[in-house]
Design a protein around this ligand. Structure first.
Ligand code: MG
Length: 225
């Protein structure tokens, strides 16, 4: 029986991925590393450390040190905040408030499972989505060791909410996030809010793929597992 929806954050709750793409590309360049915007989208969901280590391995042939990770991730956060300086923050994803209200109206729990350690976004959750989420039902970069595409974050989300895999549905936008949710044994709805082809989400193991949040909102009132 369906009891809960597990929501990813970037590219699901907030239209923040364009900012992440620009921020990663610019920040890693400062340190002699390189990453394309497409790679940012393909790697979405990994922890900051996981992403930085992958780039370091490719260019330096070794993992980044703790202090390099800290410094590069700080540079990335700085670039991210600069990108959204005019609005002050990333916009709410169009249609997602409708999805959340319908999920809440049906009495389902809402859990957040994100690889993000972006404090500015986490702090903004309650202001943008009042009454929807609680600190206790949230998995972030600060909780997980391995991060997506490992099932760990979604398994931790189930555990925090005392759920079995067959009592939950995941809403994801990224291939690695879909892979993580699928590996955790959870029914996974992908909403393609970015530039990648739908096939990237199907190939990762999505059970359903929607073109945007409004299309999902139209079905969520009657959705059953
Ligand atoms: Mg995402």
């Amino acid at each position: 029986m369906l009891k809960a929806f597990l929501f990813d954050m970037d590219g699901v709750l907030f239209d923040s991925m364009p900012g992440h793409a620009v921020a990663w590309v610019k920040a890693v360049e400062r340190y002699g590393l390189s990453m394309t915007a497409e790679e940012v989208y393909m790697n979405e969901g990994r922890t900051g450390a996981g992403t930085i280590n992958a780039l370091a391995q490719r260019t330096w042939g070794r993992d980044a040190t703790e202090s390099e990770i800290k410094e590069i991730y700080a540079a990335k956060s700085e670039e991210f905040n600069r990108y959204f300086e005019q609005q002050g923050e990333a916009p709410v994803m169009p249609g997602v408030t409708d999805v959340l209200n319908k999920v809440r109206a049906r009495g389902f729990m809402r859990v957040i499972v994100t690889g993000s350690g972006q404090l500015s976004l986490l702090d903004n959750l309650n202001r943008h989505f009042p009454g929807q989420f609680s600190r206790e039902l949230m998995v972030t970069a600060f909780d997980v060791k391995r991060g997506k595409p490992d099932p760990e974050p979604y398994l931790m989300g189930l555990q925090k909410a005392h759920l079995r895999a067959d009592e939950a549905v995941v809403i994801e936008n990224a291939p690695l996030g879909v892979q993580a949710a699928h590996a955790a044994g959870i029914f996974t709805i992908a909403v393609n809010t970015g530039p990648l082809p739908d096939s990237a989400l199907w190939d990762a193991g999505a059970d359903r793929v929607f073109p945007d949040m409004n299309a999902l909102a139209a079905e969520i009132e009657t959705f059953e597992l």
